[in-house]
Design a binder for this molecule. Sequence first.
Ligand code: MSP
Length: 637
Amino acid sequence: MSARVLPELIKKDDPVKPTYYITTPIYYVNDNPHIGHAYTTILSDVLARFKRSGGHEVFFLTGLDEHGQKVQQAAEERGVDPQKHCDEMAPRFLELWEKLHIEYDDFIRTTEPRHVAVVQQVLQSVYDNGDIYEDEYEGLYSVSEERFITEKEAESGEFRDIKKLKEKNYFFRMSKYQQQLIDHIKSNPEFIQPKHRKNEVLGFLKQQLEDLCISRPKSRLNWGIELPFDSDYVTYVWFDALINYITSPGFASDDKRFGKWWPANMHLIGKDILTTHSVYWPTMLMSAGIALPRSIFAHGWWLSGETKMSKSLGNIVDPLGLIEDFGVDPVRYYLMREMVLGQDAAFTMESFIKRYNSDLANDFGNLLSRVSNLIQKFFDGKLSENEDESNDGIEVKSSAEETIRNVNACIDAMKINEGIEETLQFIRGVNKYMEKTAPWKLVKEDAAAAGSVLRTAAEALRIGSLLLEPVMPNRTKIVLETFGSTSNDISWGGLSSGFVIKQHDILFPRIDVKKMEEESSSGKQELPEGIIPYEDFEKVDLQTAKVVEAEKVEKSDRLLKLQIEIGNEKRQIVSGIAEYYTPEELIGKMVIVVANLKPATIFGIESHGMLLAASNKKELSVVTVSGDGVATGVKVF
Ligand code: MSP
């Protein structure tokens, strides 16, 4: 634990050695991580670092949500086994966290045995106390949302892939805890934050709460944790996923960790998963007799300009590309500075560059260059022993102290952007102080006075860097190293004397907008995510082929094994179309296949290629070629 003292961060009523347990949502592994995932995780990392620097012992959990239909579908689309799919996706998230300098304490994956055991244990205890019952349910089911929905929800137009289902399932008596939950929310104002989200949940709870269907029959979905009391079912993915927050700190294990960390201080989430966290999760905990988390904070969404980011629009911002172009600290800075916590924010390249050039290059970076250059030039790099005792110098010192207090208050109030702005205002003030005292002139009349002005400015830079360190842990290190600052103590006066300051690289080289524009018009710029150049399309070898044999794959409702003829070649393809076609319907059809796809083993059967089909997930139609004279093995453009 860092020894730095930010005394204001430790509240008086906190225990002697305060602990702070913070979590991110666990991310679905159906796709690559994007800026939204990066944002929540950076935000948690920043809060964790602030708390650590304030003397808290911190436990920071993140991880992956690996079960459920979305993941099973993504694996099927790639033609790999779901566990293999998860194992291949996990490193992509880990790589991004490393590049973003995320210092998490645990990375949980819901397919790990430690988690499976805890989910089954919680299910069993909720079942044993009578809060899970079996019922036949007939109603509307949204495949995309993976849950039963009401008529009203279906009419809202917000749900896709709706079908009527009649099924025996297990239900959690969520309704039993409705009043208890309302009371808890009302008497714990910090439980759901920000306030407008709390009101939203209370509004939702005005209607009668329905019980929650927590099982999925294996005949429909088998990628999940088996119910401990009925092996024909797996657990609904949300009942499984939420429990990760207690698995990680050691629920039901012998060690004392769980008591140390639970209840969590902060579940950080996006606004899209507010109901699951503030209604499902607390009622599950109430039933299992476990304390509720202290706070759930829902942040807004990053939009691409004015528009929702989506794969189909090709406007998803790739965090890796940004890091490569501008470095990790500016990316962290922009995301933290630009979003007002609780509201949506617009990501644009223009605002990114503007923020970078004005706050980082002009204000912060410039101050360091000025101060260190002058100390080099006039004092051979040696820091003066004395501070500036004039009114201007004293004002810088008191402004530093006020900034520390204000930043701490902002962090406590989850106003990260305001905390950052406080620090930048302080830095701007120090730049003004430099203008006013003009040590480059003063040195000619009174060298000692100029030296002390520079020491005061250097001390201010040290404080500013410590305040920005949780947001930009790398570049602030350069500032601290320049002045030989090793002390973690943020109180004024921590710089040692007589130190010969170090040479440093430019902290934030200005982004030359003109040069960037020239590069992009000469075609050097990266394509938006999801858009491919023609050359990439050309790599896909599409050919006509004839289905000569077809049969169902044993123990699978979805898969057919096909023998196809492509030119002179015979091949075997496994295709997930059994729900839409009988083997007989396919025999003789002229289809289109991706001929140069890497072979895969699906359900233990080798598949060499892929059949093209049009599908909206409700219906599916294999793409066929009609007309006389088309041979197999003909290239399709
Ligand atoms: N697996 C569930 C969460 C289970 S937690 C027990 C899930 N996963 S997710 O991969 O879809 O990620 C959801 C989270 O990513 C959101 O809650 C939010 O934190 C973040 N974001 C995804 N897109 C986002 C934006 N465009 N902007 C900001 N954050 C968003 O839901």
